[in-house]
Structures are given as C-alpha cells and as structure tokens.
Design a protein around this ligand. Structure first.
Ligand code: C2E
Ligand code: MG
Ligand code: MG
Ligand code: MG
Length: 276
C-alpha cells in the first residue's frame, strides 16, 4: 500500500481517513455504552452577580471514561450530534440537571439559584424536544422558572417561525432562554430581535482579549449595550481576571462566569461554595 501510494499521485484509499472512521465507530459505540453504564456526569460552574455572589450555575457535560479519564464535551458532542446520539444524551442531561436543581432547592432553600442547560440545535429541532423538557421538569419537581436553556446561533438554519413557536411554548412553562457564544455566529440583528430570549451570553473569545485588543473591547461594549436595548440580561463567559471583570462591570454587564469565580466542578464541591 505504501508503495502504491508513492507511485500514484491520486490515492483513493486514504489509510488516515480509514483510521478516522474506525476511531469514530469505536467512539460512537463507546458513547452509546457510556450512556447505559452511567459514565456521563455533569459538572457545574458558578454564575455570579456584581458582588461576586453565586446566583446560578451552568451544567457542563463530562464523560468519565474508565480508561481515558474525564473527557471534555468538545471531543464527543460533535460526534453525538453527527450520529443522533445527542438526542438520548441531551435528554439525559436535562433529566439529571433538573433532578440536581430540585435537590439543591430542597437542601439549600436560601441559595439563589438558576440552572443553565446547554441544548444543541439538533436536539432543539427534534419534534419531542418540548415533551422531553416538560417531562424532565415534571419528574424532578423542579421550578421551571429557575431553568434557562442555552441555545446557539446555529439555530438560524431553521425556520424562524418554528423556532419562535418552540421557544414560546416552553416559555409558557416558565423556562428561560439564553443565546450562548453570542457574537461568533451568523444571526442578523433582525433575527435576534424576533427571538423571544431572556439573555445574551458574550462569547469567551471576546472576553479573553478585552485587555489587549481594542476591537474585542469594543465588541463587548456593543453587545452589552445591544442586550440592554433589547431588554435582555447579559452574562459574560470566560472571565479569568480582575481586569476583565472590572471592564465588564464598568460597561454594564451584570452577570459573570469564568475561572475567576470558579471552574466547572462536581456537585459536592459546589455545595461547599453554597455554604461558604
Ligand atoms: P459553552 O456552553 O460555551 O461552555 C463554556 C465553556 O467554557 C465550558 O467548557 C467551560 O468549562 C469553559 N470555561 C468557563 N470559564 C472559563 C474560563 O474562565 N476560561 C476558559 N478558558 N474556559 C472557561 P466545556 O465544559 O469544555 O464545554 C465546552 C462546550 O461543550 C460548551 O461550551 C457547550 O457548547 C458544550 N457542552 C457542554 N455540556 C453540554 C451539554 O450538556 N449539551 C450540549 N449540547 N453541549 C454541551
Ligand atoms: Mg453554555
Ligand atoms: Mg458559551
Ligand atoms: Mg463555547
């Protein structure tokens, strides 16, 4: 094979590609098993207000692989989306996160607490999405008003009417909506204006460079102002230092998430912060 590859300019059989396919198939199989073996877990990252007090958390998925250890979501969510596994995985996330919220509300009744849950476009598009969310809320007995679903701009590939209708239906239950990674996608302002959202989440790529890139600082300012004009809350993600925190505060951002306030952590660890 190697010989042939050397002789021919065009190679139809690409061993690397084959390896990728095999790797993917293995991963898909393992991920399917992971779901039933309860190897998926949720970490939670604090979201804080101007005083640095916890007011919410974002649920972030991890795969606790028996050999490879903790696998971050960016390495398996795309595959889950491609294979459709995101539907059962996403449903598991919704159920687990809502259950956790309801336990926390019971155990820490005085802790202000919103729960943000990431939803991929493919999951949102499923006909059964409304039911899945409604079931997760009902079964856990959690308060829908404390739940926020994080969508991304990739939804603009859908019909705007269907998207709005779906969001509105869930809003009737009390569920809130945030637009994640804002500024990195392609949504037009007219589209944004029509979506019934509660919150914009400034993408961490802009926050990261606030201190040394005037353009990013300007973008962040503009997003905050726009959010206010649209009557939306605004949260910054990826806040890592005081300088970024101050800049955001001075420019009217009221909610913050990032390593400065806490990394994503297991529930027990977060509970210690609730008590602190
Ligand atoms: P995201 O929703 O934008 O989540 C924010 C990511 O930024 C998280 O990465 C978080 O750990 C990381 N992060 C938070 N603060 C900081 C910081 O100060 N500095 C830096 N450098 N990073 C920070 P993570 O947990 O690896 O998740 C990556 C992405 O995977 C998420 O981005 C989200 O798009 C996706 N994801 C995670 N959990 C789920 C899930 O349950 N369902 C779906 N559909 N997607 C998920
Ligand atoms: Mg998110
Ligand atoms: Mg984000
Ligand atoms: Mg992101």
């Amino acid at each position: 094979q190697a010989k042939e590859k050397g002789r021919n300019r065009i190679c139809f059989y690409d061993p690397l590609m084959q390896e990728n396919i095999e790797h993917k198939t293995t991963m898909e199989h393992e991920l399917r098993m992971a779901l039933s073996k309860e190897e998926l877990i949720l970490f939670y990252q604090p979201q804080v207000n101007l005083e640095g007090k916890i007011v919410g958390v974002e649920a972030l998925l991890r795969w606790n692989h028996p050999q490879k250890g903790l696998i971050p979501p960016n390495t398996f969510i795309p595959l889950a989306e491609e294979t459709g596994l995101i539907i059962p995985v996403g449903s598991w996330v919704l159920h687990r996160a809502c259950q956790q919220l309801s336990e926390w509300k019971k155990d820490f009744p005085h802790q202000p607490l919103h729960l943000s849950i990431n939803v991929s476009a493919k999951q949102f598009q499923e006909a059964s999405f409304y039911e899945t969310v409604a079931n997760a809320i009902a079964l856990s007995g959690s308060d829908a008003g404390s739940i926020k679903l994080e969508l991304t701009e990739s939804l603009i590939l859908d019909s705007i009417h269907e998207t709005i209708a779906k969001i509105e239906a869930l809003r009737l239950l009390g569920v809130g909506f945030s637009l994640d990674d804002f500024g990195t996608g392609y949504s037009s302002l007219s589209y944004l204006k029509r979506l019934p959202l509660d919150e914009l989440k400034i993408d961490q790529s802009f926050v990261r460079d606030i201190g040394h890139d005037n353009n990013d600082a300007m973008i962040v300012k503009t997003i905050i102002e726009m959010a206010h004009n649209f009557d939306l809350d605004v949260i910054a993600e990826g806040v890592e230092d005081k300088e970024q925190f101050n800049f955001l505060m001075e420019n009217g951002c009221g909610l913050f998430q990032g390593y400065l306030f806490g990394k994503p952590m297991p529930p027990e660890e977060l509970e210690r912060l609730f008590l602190a």
